[in-house]
Design a protein around this ligand. Structure first.
Ligand code: EPU
Length: 455
């Protein structure tokens, strides 16, 4: 059944399981979208609320399904979650934290990877934790070995079961540790922070991730009473304290969503004002955007994005912060199919994050994925075996196709490709987009996209 767009958009209802978008492309997207708090901070700050003795308030929480998953997991562990004193604020009361049953945890863990971050806080609160098998986007193996190695160094006893991971403190308090991450993993850095803040003694974390969302999590933990210092060369030192209190914090904005809409303006030759976007956290993106033929105007309350004449090819390598984020490349690749010449996007963070280009090729793009990546200059982290590179030759007109969304950022790029292509495309699996894009259909409508929801 085709649901008229207006009905499907009521109250910002997200794309639902089974929804298919019938998208008629070929016209520029123009308008305003507002981005709220970052998915990759909000969900972690919610977990941090477990560590406090008093109530926490998080502001600008995006209404996305990853937030809903973490909320449910907090609730099954006895945290009372309620609305705050302004729209988008959530209040977490952890005074009655308790062990949850395996079935309950499993039922609520959903497709998210955030549950792994419950380990440290639950070990401090309850002396034990159970983490079910993890979901998340299908963008590679996404192992958790760094997490488990770190937890063992804090003194946790880790038992791997077919259904998940059981952890316990063995009755002792977790203690500080010296940890050197093999790679500056975002999740493993957060794991160490969330565990070290209440461990006995000092923790020194080397080769830490330093993404802005991690700095914001450090700010949250400091508000709670933690002592965390950021030393040169990716070293973070945490002096453990016995107790933490709640926090009141406004989340950093979602720079991944902001970059997605910027690339949508570039690909469709439109003009999008992204309310809430800020320059500092997007410096690297903005450089590449400009080199690719984009124009932007930084304003007090957001950034205006559009093209500046013909699109130009670029060579980009995804990297850890302050490099070009792996979450930025997928929508940009759609724009690069319209650039005059050969672009290269070298993915160095995940081993399988270029699979989304198959759909673009089906739509007429000239993209070849090289499984070994490129051998070029020095970089922030050592080269790994898992790298891949996409060579995109443009401009190629895109035509409509029936496509299936593979993951969050790849899925966004499919929608943008359909909006760039002539004709009507059918995009299925779009419910994945609600993991990270708040009010996605409402925002598409706000920038003038021509689509129906088939429900
Ligand atoms: N890795 C390991 N072992 C580990 C942990 C990571 O080998 O124990 C590897 C991964 O396989 C990957 C690399 O290290 O090759 C980097 O992974 P990282 O741990 O940094 O990623 P993450 O914490 O799982 C977060 C975001 C991702 C984002 C990456 C990189 C969340 C919930 N997810 O993932 O966001 O791409 O950092 O910045 O914060 C998204 O928003 O769509 C998304 C996937």
């Amino acid at each position: 059944m085709t649901t008229p767009v207006r009905d499907a958009l009521a109250d910002g209802v997200p794309p639902l399981t089974g929804d298919v978008l019938a998208i008629r492309g070929g016209r520029p997207l123009r308008g305003r979208v507002d981005v709220k708090g970052a998915k990759n901070l909000a969900t972690k700050a919610m977990v941090a609320s477990l560590l406090g003795e008093t109530v926490s308030t998080l502001r600008d929480v995006p209404a996305i399904s990853d937030v809903a998953v973490v909320r449910s997991l907090l609730e099954v562990h006895g945290v009372r979650v309620s609305d705050g004193d302004e729209p988008g604020a959530l209040v977490f009361d952890p005074s009655d934290v308790e062990s949850a049953h395996f079935e309950e945890i499993d039922a609520h863990a959903g497709a998210s990877r955030i549950p792994i971050l419950f380990c440290g806080p639950l070990l401090h609160r309850l002396g034990q934790a159970f983490i079910p098998d993890l979901g998340g986007c299908r963008i590679g193996d996404r192992p958790i070995d760094f997490h488990l190695d770190a937890l063992r160094k804090f003194g946790a006893i880790v038992e791997k079961l077919p259904s998940g991971i059981r952890l316990s403190t063995g009755g002792a308090r977790l203690h500080g540790a010296n940890i050197h991450l093999p790679y500056p993993s975002v999740g493993a850095t957060e794991q160490v922070l969330l565990t070290a803040v209440r461990a006995e003694g000092t923790t020194e974390l080397r080769n830490a991730a330093i993404e802005p969302e991690i700095m914001d999590l450090i700010a949250v933990l400091q508000k709670m009473g933690a002592i965390i210092s950021y030393e040169p060369n990716r070293v973070i030192v945490i002096e453990g304290v016995e107790k933490l209190r709640g926090y009141d914090h406004r989340s950093i904005f979602d720079r991944n969503e902001a970059a997605s809409w910027a690339s949508a303006a570039l690909a469709t030759d439109g003009e999008i004002f992204v309310g809430g976007a800020k320059q500092q956290e997007m410096l690297t993106f903005l450089n590449v955007f400009r080199k690719a033929g984009g124009w932007f105007d930084i304003q007090e309350d957001g950034i205006l994005f559009r093209r500046d004449g013909e699109l130009k090819p670029v060579v980009v390598e995804t990297d850890v912060h302050p490099g070009f984020m792996t979450d930025w490349q997928q929508p940009l690749v759609v724009a690069l199919t319209q650039a005059n010449g050969r672009s290269v996007v070298h993915e160095t963070v995940y081993e399988n994050r270029l699979g989304f280009t198959d759909a673009l090729v089906k739509m007429g793009a000239d993209i070849v994925v090289h499984p070994r990546g490129l051998q070029d200059g020095p970089r922030r982290v050592p080269r790994r075996d898992l790298e891949q590179a996409a060579v995109i030759t443009g401009p190629t007109p895109l035509h409509a196709a029936d496509i299936v969304v593979p993951d969050l950022r790849g899925g966004y790029s499919h929608v943008i490709a359909a909006l760039t292509a002539e004709g009507e495309s059918r995009v299925s699996g779009v419910d994945i987009l609600s993991r990270g894009y708040e009010k996605f259909l409402t925002k598409l409508d706000a920038v003038g996209a021509d689509f129906d929801v088939i429900r």
